[in-house]
Ligand binder design. Structure first.
Ligand code: GBH
Length: 451
């Protein structure tokens, strides 16, 4: 089937959920307040040499105290939804054991304020800030069990008001980047077998988390995952390359999203890791494959793929020096990945609903006369959203889009050197200033049509 020619305005479906996203450690600050326990990112960011400039999340955007101001910004934008994450260590300072009422109170206040502003909260239960007290961290199977207990507990507390829960954010980042590449907390470079075990605990935590949230939440609660799978664009839109892109999505994410959607590891993955396979307890794969109400995708950089005569059937093309990028070295620009991420995931696994849980870009964002005129961010967003619109027009079940991010924040190993916000944050005064892209996004939401 040939794509329809694009004529007329690029409108989104009625009721499309426009939102913004953030994460606890990147915005909250107040790391020692109201009984919050220490996390792996507190330790990592305070270890010299781990984060650019020695930056930490100690203060970040101070959203722990300024959430009211942040919600006012969301209201100004006209968003219908806000994706936030809960800091596990505010709820269970030791990761497990006795819950901390003050931590629960904080999120109750945030959620009540969002609802009062007419904004639907989408709650992520884990966006990388892991309680440091859990022995062995993600190397330990017990961490997956502790996560499920915590997720079930918080669902029980919030699901009278929260209708959408996301278990974990980006499996590949908190497993591989932290335990294989040493670039994120806890900064380890483990052997292949240990990394595969960490990956298994990651998907297991997700699966047990789904079951625990389901058991403690009101019926009808929607549960999903936010994953940054590697997504593939067929280099030419012909049947052979499209087929290659689908195989690539399935095999390159075999240890993460594919395991979750299919409840098993692919033969090719198991063969490729051989003796380095993780220990898998009976019942694990069924838990990992627990049915989801939606799948959410974080979509940024593209990968281009072509069909090949190799045993895999596809070949991933390398990024080149001439490939366009935004301010982050990894953020190659390829708007078509937006369409192909939605299409390949839809065709492979037929999820009931899809969301884009993150999309956005870093940019230089110079402040000139008190303004940030970020035409490059608007260019990036317009082009990616044109491709998401195509996916909705062709009938793929894309229900909403969360822009990363509401405001500049702690960009992990890059500290405060890279800005992703629709709002500029002065990290000395904490003043938030809308960039030009905020006005652009507000107009898009108002018209439900790309302008
Ligand atoms: C998301 O990750 C995160 O969910 C969010 O918290 C973050 O702020 C946002 O994107 C912007 O980065 O160091 O060269 O190995 C996006 C996917 C994958 C991007 C890992 C950074 C590290 C590249 N991330 N990648 S490198």
């Amino acid at each position: 089937t040939r794509p329809k020619p694009r004529v007329g305005p690029l409108s989104f479906p009625d009721g499309f959920v426009w939102g913004c996203a953030t994460a606890s450690y990147q915005i909250e600050g107040a790391v020692k307040e109201d009984g919050r326990g220490e996390t792996n990112w507190d330790v990592f960011s305070h270890t010299p040499g781990c984060v650019a400039n020695g930056d930490t999340g100690d203060t970040a955007c101070d959203s722990y105290h300024r959430y009211g101001e942040d919600i006012a910004l969301l209201k100004q934008l006209g968003v219908k939804a806000y994706r936030l994450s809960i800091a596990w260590s505010r709820i269970f300072p030791e990761g497990r054991g006795t819950p901390n009422a003050k931590g629960v109170d904080y999120y109750n206040r945030v959620i009540d304020a969002l609802l009062a502003a007419g904004i639907t909260p989408y709650v992520t239960t884990f966006h990388w800030d892991l309680p440091q007290a859990l022995p062995g961290g993600w190397q330990s199977r017990d961490t997956a069990l502790a996560f499920a207990d915590y997720a079930g507990f918080i669902a029980g507390k919030l699901s009278d008001r929260v209708t959408h829960f996301i278990t974990v954010n980006e499996l590949r980042c908190f497993t591989d980047l932290g335990h294989q590449d040493g670039k994120h907390a806890p900064g380890l470079r483990l052997d292949a077998r240990s990394v595969n075990q960490v990956r298994h605990h990651g998907v297991l935590a997700h699966g047990l988390g789904v079951q625990a949230i389901r058991a403690h939440a009101r019926s009808g609660t929607q549960i999903g995952i936010a994953d940054n799978s590697n997504f593939y664009v067929p280099v030419i839109e012909t049947p052979e390359h499209i087929a290659a892109a689908k195989v690539a999505v399935r095999e390159e994410n075999a240890m993460f999203l594919t395991a979750i959607m299919e409840g098993r590891y692919t033969e090719r993955y198991l063969t490729s890791i051989g003796a380095d396979a993780p220990k898998i307890a009976s019942g694990d794969m069924a838990a990992i494959g627990s049915p989801l109400d939606f799948v959410a995708l974080n979509v940024y950089a593209p990968n281009y793929v072509k069909a090949s005569a190799s045993p895999a059937g596809y070949e991933v093309l390398p990024h080149l020096k001439s490939s366009p990028r935004m301010a982050s070295p990894w953020l190659y620009v390829g708007p078509e990945v937006a369409y192909w991420a939605v299409r390949t995931v839809s065709e492979l696994w037929k999820p009931k609903a899809l969301y884009i849980s993150e999309n956005g870009t870093s940019a230089d964002d110079p402040v000139v006369n008190g303004h940030v005129d970020d035409a490059d961010r608007i260019m990036y967003l317009r082009n990616y959203l044109t491709e998401f619109q195509r996916a909705t027009e062709e009938g793929y079940p894309l229900k909403g889009y969360f822009l990363w991010s509401l405001m500049d924040n702690f960009e992990w190993a890059d500290g405060y050197t890279l800005r992703f916000g629709l709002h500029h944050v002065d990290f000395v005064t904490q003043k938030r200033t809308p960039k030009l892209s905020a006005a652009w996004y507000r107009e898009l939401i108002r018209r439900n049509t790309l302008v």
